[in-house]
Design a protein around this ligand. Structure first.
Ligand SMILES: [Zn+2]
Length: 256
């Protein structure tokens, strides 16, 4: 089982990262993909990779909530890190207008530049999209003819939003703890996506699935998401495990 989105390198895990990694392995997690957030988090990512190189992959990018007026300068300073590590993806990138629309234009420009990195370096994207599907699809639409591959991480949209995304490209959808929430509408959406385009994720330390809801999330809990997904799709855990693992490998999020 692969947790395709986890921030276990962050300070929330400084006291017990070893135990958290061990619990993930014990729960059947074979690999964890960790996306970057800002300039300061890069070193944390590299340190975490160096400790568990056989089961961690890293993505480089600037999180949309970290995009401010200096975004172009920050991207200039992130870019040299491409030479220091075999990154598997560009992430997490995207647009988030949930709390604040001040940097809408800057977020769109930063996304455009980072999607160009995907094209230049033949890497998939990990997109964070919240209250911004129109904007994200607008930027992605500029890449018609050379569309990078990628995943819409922490996807919580409705079936018609899956259709809108598919009019732009054939992408993957990261499904996490929200699927397990009592009032979640995701059980209506995941059959429309289909298991062959779903990636499992936790988004640790956020979005812990039931029965851990409200607590700090960790990669071991991706098994709870997988079990829930198997129930929703009327299949078994081993099928969910096998196909979502194949999907992550097909998207090249895991270095073999
Ligand atoms: Zn994230």
């Amino acid at each position: 089982m692969i947790d395709t989105h986890s921030h276990i390198y962050s300070a929330e895990f400084d006291d017990d990262r070893q135990e958290v990694m061990q619990r993930a392995v014990d729960a059947g997690v074979t690999h964890i993909v960790m996306p970057n957030e800002n300039l300061e988090s890069v070193q944390r990512l590299l340190d975490t990779y160096n400790r568990w190189p056989e089961c961690v992959s890293l993505a480089l990018g600037l999180h949309p909530e970290e995009v401010h007026d200096d975004w172009a300068d920050v991207l200039d300073r992130l870019e040299p890190f491409f030479d220091q590590h075999p990154w598997v993806a560009i992430g997490e990138v995207g647009i988030d207008l949930y709390w604040d629309k001040t940097y809408r234009r800057q977020q769109m420009l930063a996304l455009e530049r980072q999607l160009a990195w995907c094209c230049d370096r033949q890497l998939p994207f990990i997109i964070h999209c919240r209250e911004a599907l129109t904007e994200v699809l607008d930027v992605l639409g500029q890449f018609r003819g050379q569309m990078p591959q990628g995943v819409f991480h922490c996807f919580t949209g409705a079936p018609h939003e899956v259709d809108l995304i598919r009019q732009v490209g054939d992408f993957y959808f990261g499904i996490g703890g929200v699927l397990t929430f009592k009032k979640s509408t995701l059980p209506l959406t995941v059959p429309v996506i289909g298991l062959d385009r779903i990636l499992l994720e936790t988004d640790s330390p956020y979005m812990a699935p039931v029965p851990h809801r409200g607590k700090r999330n960790e990669s071991a809990y991706v098994a709870d998401v997988a079990r829930c997904l198997a129930t929703v799709l009327g299949t078994d855990l081993s099928t969910v495990d096998r196909i979502t693992t194949d999907n992550a490998q097909r998207l090249a999020l895991v270095r073999m």
